[in-house]
Design a protein around this ligand. Structure first.
Ligand code: FAD
Length: 383
């Protein structure tokens, strides 16, 4: 069993780390304070092939494997959790979905632009009454000639502030749950698409999250992705990859927290010694390092599974569950090690605590990941 990255993966990680440290990290506090979408950093990330990391080069992407993609998200998240999730949404939830399920004309129209950064995508699944229970879509898509009219409300649409296209999920057969849901590609400038104000969130600020109203939005015959009724299955497929990316994002946040904690433990003195000399602090650091390493193994395993399997649902859920909770504990311990300085508004420690919390909520809460894992593991026992 080999647990080593290839030379190519290592070199790619080094180049993303260099970009993240030089260009992204210095901007993280400002993105957080202003809650402004970092358009310029997204452009720079695009130029480095980070908008379609796993999309083939023939379609405008970087043509890399999923482990490389996870490494990239981890490195970016270490510098800015916000930029990491902007990239994760465009890569996993939009570009990969179009690459896998899009018709030739959808791929021609969108994939190259999404993967090269000429267009930004967003994923509109959640509704005011359909978050965890996302199959219960109240948004409807009603046949109109060869196309559909979509009406409903979507909430918490990340990237919406800057997006050119939304993947919208809507019930084509209402009241039968997930089996009645279809997926559509909707350009944001389509008549009837109205975006609300940017959400004032606790963390991952600057993500450009908006609620979106769809009022009788006409989608032409080429707008549906996959067969009618396949939308929920398509969403779940995309979320496999998305959860690997969020696991990597959590890992990056946890890593940033660990780095901060070690630096502080070395330089802060009490009773004439650095606090890092006390066993109480050392044990916190030891637990952080161990849990983040375990999270890293689960995340890379899930990424490797995504490369070779059509579905990696259980691996991705385990990685997201464990990495997000381990990173949460790491950020919390970092605040403890900084104590009052970490509790000060504007400190890196407090930003990391706020940012990491979202990783246990979006793309399925920790409870959902446990449900997914239980269902998969129980099915294996019964098989
Ligand atoms: C920063 C941010 C960005 C987001 N970006 C997007 C996006 O781009 N696109 C998008 O579509 N959505 C997005 N979301 C929405 C996100 O996916 C949902 O918030 C999430 O799926 C949970 O749904 P909910 O908030 O409605 O919680 P609810 O479904 O109301 O759940 C409430 C609580 O009940 C628990 N619960 C519910 N059902 C069960 C059950 N059966 N068993 C045990 N526990 C249960 C949940 O785990 C949770 O703790 C984003 C959210 C945030 C915070």
């Amino acid at each position: 069993m080999r647990l080593e990255l290839t030379d190519e993966q290592r070199a790619f990680r080094a180049s993303v780390r260099q970009f993240a440290e030089a260009e992204v990290a210095p901007r993280a506090a400002d993105i957080d304070t202003t809650n402004r979408f970092p358009h310029d950093l997204v452009r720079q990330a695009s130029a480095r092939g980070l908008m379609g990391v796993t999309i083939p080069t023939s379609d405008g992407g970087a043509g890399r494997d999923y482990v490389s993609y996870a490494l990239a998200i981890e490195e970016i998240a270490r510098a800015s959790a916000t930029l990491a999730v902007i990239l994760a949404v465009n890569n996993s939830l939009v570009a990969e979905l179009v690459a896998r399920f899009g018709s030739p004309s959808q791929r021609d129209g969108w994939l190259r632009r999404l993967a090269s950064g000429q267009a930004l995508g967003a994923f509109a699944l959640s509704e005011p009454n359909a978050g965890t229970d996302a199959g219960q879509q109240r948004t409807t898509a009603v046949r109109d000639g060869d196309g559909y009219r979509i009406t409903g409300r979507k909430v918490w649409v990340a990237n919406a502030e800057a997006a050119d296209m939304l993947v919208v999920f809507a019930a084509t057969t209402p009241d039968i749950g997930g089996r009645g849901v279809s997926a559509f590609l909707v350009p944001v400038d389509t008549a009837g698409v109205r975006a609300g104000d940017v959400v004032d969130s606790l963390g991952v600020r600057g993500l450009g999250c908006r609620d979106i109203d769809l009022d009788n939005v006409l989608v032409g015959p080429g707008g549906r992705v996959g067969p009618e009724g396949d939308g929920f299955r398509i969403a779940l497929w995309a979320l496999d990859g998305g959860r690997v990316a969020i696991a990597a994002q959590a890992l990056g946040i946890g890593h940033a927290a660990f780095d901060e904690a070690v630096a502080h433990a070395r330089q802060r003195h009490t009773f004439g010694r650095p606090i890092g000399r006390y066993q109480a602090v050392q044990w916190m650091l030891a637990d952080m390092a161990t849990e983040l390493d375990a999270a890293r193994m689960l995340t890379y395993r899930a990424a490797a599974a995504k490369d070779t399997q059509e579905r990696c649902t259980s691996e991705a859920a385990m990685a997201k569950l464990y990495a997000s909770e381990a990173a949460h504990r790491a950020a919390d311990r970092t605040m403890q090690i900084f104590a009052a300085e970490g509790y000060r508004r504007g400190s890196t420690a407090e930003r990391l605590v706020r940012d990491v919390r979202a990783t246990e909520i979006y793309q399925g809460t920790s409870e959902v990941q446990r449900m997914v894992i239980a269902a998969s593991e129980i099915a294996q026992v019964q098989a």
